[in-house]
Design a protein around this ligand. Structure first.
Ligand code: AMP
Length: 181
């Protein structure tokens, strides 16, 4: 399969203005996922700096982080751990509140999903304000995980999320950035 260029990877993302509300440009990765070359390149590139290192688990954030994180976990021969909205996981959980643009929500992991000292890479499709990823990092650390890195296809740098994670000592990998919200 031929390599896809950076320009084509960017073009594989569909941008939908004023969704889900006026002023927001929704970055839709379903078009990227549906493009075999773009999907493969994305998965390869996301963990490229950590290729060859021991990774015990990949943690994906519901729901688009499950699709990408599952493929990444397979690629690096790691286990996969889902981080979900509250009330979805059937076994005993740990929970954390995190900030959204308006208000708070809560996310959960199974308390036995990672063990103390395990090396974990966090995956989601996009980082905006970083509230979601910050909550996920805190949950993973609460269970004693070592968060090796957080990887996102898309960065919205004007919203400061990647910098917020770096201030928590998490190396951040993003593939494509878009200006604005
Ligand atoms: P944040 O917590 O502000 O970093 O928001 C990140 C989460 O919200 C990710 O799970 C994204 O999937 C979603 N998200 C935020 N902004 C957008 C956007 N413009 N387009 C698509 N998804 C977004």
């Amino acid at each position: 399969m031929a390599l896809i260029s950076d320009t084509d990877l960017r073009a594989a993302i569909r941008s939908i203005p004023d969704y889900p509300k006026p002023g927001i440009v929704f970055r839709d990765i379903t078009t990227l996922l549906g493009n075999a070359r773009a999907f493969r390149r994305t998965v390869d590139e996301l963990v490229q700096p950590w290729a060859g290192m021991k990774i015990d688990k990949v943690a994906g954030i519901e729901a688009r982080g499950f699709i990408l994180g599952g493929a990444v976990a397979h690629q690096v021969s790691a286990g996969f751990v889902p981080i979900r909205k509250k009330g979805k996981l059937p076994h005993a959980t740990v929970r954390i509140a995190y900030s959204l643009e308006y208000g708070l929500d809560e996310m959960e992991m199974h308390e036995d999903a990672v063990s103390k000292g395990e090396r974990v890479v966090l995956v989601d499709d996009l980082i905006a304000t970083g509230g979601t990823a910050e909550g996920a990092v805190k949950l993973l650390r609460q269970l004693g995980a070592e968060v090796l890195a957080a990887c996102f296809v898309i960065d919205l740098p004007d919203l400061g999320g990647a910098d917020k994670l770096r201030r928590l000592d998490v190396p951040v990998r993003t593939l494509i950035s878009f200006e604005g919200h």
